[in-house]
Design a protein around this ligand. Structure first.
Ligand code: 6PG
Length: 241
């Protein structure tokens, strides 16, 4: 059974990025107003880049406080945090530094160490900071995901082995087809346990992956995730074409 999919349309990638930024800043303001911690996991890629830039610009205009926000990642490449391929480096340059996020609220996946060790350390840190759901998986308030042209999300790619798809771990080391190949990813179970999941399905070549993911016979990673969740929000420029 598919989750309820909320499709939000943006006329182009830039307008879509600003729409997501506005919606997220509304959430951050609410958390700040209620003085509750807010835990978010970021992804990488070009859609994330557009989104981060929009958030930084609008957060300054709206004077939004990020004091209650803790930053995690849904995946990371196995490279140093200063590497141009690092998802942390992208967020640090466009979001964390511009917003002045405090260092102890940044919980990056350590792409520079052994991937198995990095996955274990990240899970220990996340469990230390986040309450766990009844099923024992730490609870994130929001996971942002990009959508790959093959329907991948985070670093969960098509035709992954069964032990990856069914893993109850929170993070796993992965070798994937998207360069750089060696990565650490949040698992399907971990993403499914998040309070909210927002997918940024923007950029050229995503329509087919999105259409396939929304069909009942889907075999894409996004389609698999949709089946695991009761609701998922998808921001796309797809319907405006
Ligand atoms: C990564 C990302 C990956 C990305 C999608 C979409 O580490 O590569 O987390 O999941 O979000 O591949 O990337 P684009 O927005 O660049 O198409």
């Amino acid at each position: 059974m598919h989750s309820k999919v909320e499709l939000i349309d943006g006329l182009d990638d830039g307008i879509l990025a600003r729409r997501v930024a506005v919606d997220w800043l509304d959430e951050i303001e609410k958390a700040d107003h209620n003085s509750i911690e807010y835990r978010v996991a970021l992804s990488g890629g070009r859609s994330a880049e557009r989104f981060f830039s929009a958030v930084s610009e609008l957060a300054r205009l709206r004077s939004v406080s990020f004091d209650k926000v803790r930053f995690f990642w849904s995946d990371e490449r196995c490279v140093p945090p200063t590497d141009a391929e690092s998802n942390f480096a992208l967020a640090n340059r466009l979001l964390l530094q511009p917003l002045g996020i405090r260092a102890d609220h940044i919980h990056r996946l350590k792409g520079e160490i052994d991937p198995c060790e990095a996955a274990e350390q990240a899970e220990v840190e996340l469990r230390r900071i986040s309450p766990s759901r009844s099923v024992g998986l730490p609870l994130l308030d929001l996971v942002f995901l990009g959508l790959g042209e093959d329907g991948h999300i985070a670093s969960l790619f098509p035709q992954a082995q069964r032990e990856v798809v069914e893993s109850r771990a929170f993070f796993l080391p992965i070798v994937g087809p998207k360069p750089p190949p060696n990565r650490i990813t949040m698992t399907y179970a971990a993403i499914a346990a998040a309070s909210r999941v927002w997918v940024l399905a923007s950029g050229v070549g995503k329509d087919e992956a999105l259409t396939a993911s929304l069909s009942s016979e889907t075999r894409t990673p996004l389609g698999h995730l949709l089946r695991l969740r009761s609701s998922t929000r998808i921001y796309t420029t797809w319907t405006s074409r």
